[in-house]
Design a protein around this ligand. Structure first.
Ligand SMILES: [Zn+2]
Ligand SMILES: [Zn+2]
Length: 424
């Protein structure tokens, strides 16, 4: 709890809590509309606190309902339009009640980012308008141009709608003015999860259980990528076990309908860049993810060379969690990413967006850089148990924040198309 007080909270921890609070507020009869706002709506990798907006004709009733919820541990402030509480898990939530006619303007304002909003307000000013949390107003005539819904604010300013994930002042307003914003990969467009572990290495569920749960979540395929031999701490598998696992995967595939388990491995990139599973066995796999799990202190040159050597191994499909960072715990290793991306593009090797809450690497900006270098990305939850499969959503958020389109992300392919691109 002390550490949590010092640090920003991981999106993967905060988002389910915020979504739950939203659902609870929707159950209040005095509440009309509810939306998350702030950095959580922009799906930033870490967040400070949760912002929730509601509309209501009876704000006092809403506030009473909110501050007396059993999830609330401490009430910091209770007002007519704004209340702040700490939940029992030490998580701060701000609730604002706004008027229906201002809902869009308030949502825009409280979603941020601050930098994005400043640029947007300047754009309004140039037209002689004023943008506030209440509305977009013509200063001279006092006429209200927009305010009730968010889209109409952007449209009134001659902009295409800008998705919350893009509102970071990274050129999105200029690009929207030109009408050139990318069509972002949708949360419902990812067909499969390309990095999961099972009880064969350090996971907690069987292949069958992971597959059934992924299917229940609406996915069409998963890639089982257990650890390889030298990762002892994670019960890494030697080559012969991977072949035994392949037998089981074949059996499961013959039993499940409308779903495919791909046989893969998360192979270790050793300190000299070689892999700890022989080519002959890698050749049997549907997908090979090569990752660094040791030697983080090597020089930038050494780490870069290691990754380049792995990329040039003709059996490698993906570089897993390509910067090795653990948010709030471990800095990324030193690596020349532009050089890595260049080699990956040339060798048709993909970069992973690892969706595990404290990894999320490649980051949004690095994903965008990879795409700009013609590298394709894959998203993997790195789930070690069935209730971690939902992490995939966090990876999609990173992709969207990195301006990625469906065609930039291999998980949008059908299993048949995917198998084709995995053949090097
Ligand atoms: Zn790993
Ligand atoms: Zn993994």
């Amino acid at each position: 709890m002390y550490r949590r007080g010092q640090e920003r909270i991981l999106l993967g921890y905060a988002l389910p809590i915020a979504v739950k609070m939203k659902e609870i507020l929707e159950m209040c009869s005095a509440v009309k509309r509810v939306s998350l706002a702030g950095s959580i709506r922009r799906r930033k990798e870490t967040i400070g606190d949760a912002d929730i907006l509601v509309t209501s004709g009876e704000p006092l009733k809403v506030m009473d309902y909110f501050v007396t919820l059993p999830q609330v541990n401490r009430v910091i402030a209770q007002g007519e339009t704004k209340s702040t509480v700490f939940l029992s898990n030490d998580f701060k939530v701000d609730l604002r009640v706004v008027e229906e006619r201002s809902f869009g303007a308030a949502l825009q304002y409280f979603t941020g980012s601050k930098e994005h909003n400043i640029e947007l307000r300047e754009l309004a000013l140039k037209k002689g308008w004023k943008l506030s949390e209440y509305d977009l107003e013509d200063k001279k005539s006092g006429r209200i141009l927009a305010g009730k819904d968010e889209k109409s604010i952007y449209n009134a300013l001659d902009l295409n709608y800008i998705e919350p994930e893009l509102r970071e002042k990274r050129g999105e307003i200029k690009t929207a003015l030109e009408g050139k914003l990318p069509r972002l990969v949708g949360y419902d467009e990812v067909r499969g999860d390309l990095h999961v572990h099972t009880e064969w290495s350090d996971g907690f569920n069987s292949i069958q259980e992971m597959a059934m749960e992924a299917k229940r979540l609406g996915l069409e395929y998963i890639a089982v990528c257990d650890h390889s031999e030298t990762l002892r701490i994670a019960h890494g598998l030697p080559g012969e076990d991977l072949l035994r696992q392949l037998e089981e995967v074949r059996k499961i595939n013959s039993e499940i309908e409308g779903f495919t388990v791909l046989q893969g491995v998360e192979v270790n990139i050793k300190t000299d860049g070689s892999l700890d599973i022989e080519d002959q066995i890698l050749n049997e796999m549907d997908i090979v993810i090569a990752s660094i799990h040791s030697g983080f202190k090597q020089s930038r040159e050494q780490v870069t060379d290691r990754l380049l050597t792995a990329i040039h191994n003709e059996y490698v499909n993906v570089i897993g969690h390509p910067t090795g960072r653990l948010i709030n715990r471990r800095e990324p290793y030193q690596v020349d990413l532009p050089k890595v991306f260049e080699a990956a593009a040339e060798q048709d090797v993909f970069m992973e967006i690892n969706a595990f809450p404290n990894r999320l690497d490649l980051s949004d900006i690095h994903s965008q850089n990879a795409r700009d270098s013609s590298v394709k990305l894959i998203i993997g939850s790195d789930a070690h148990k069935i209730d971690q499969l939902g992490f995939i959503e966090l990876g999609i958020a990173v992709a969207r924040r990195g301006w990625l389109r469906p065609e930039d992300v291999c998980n949008t392919l059908t299993v048949k198309e995917l198998k084709k691109v995995l053949k090097r």
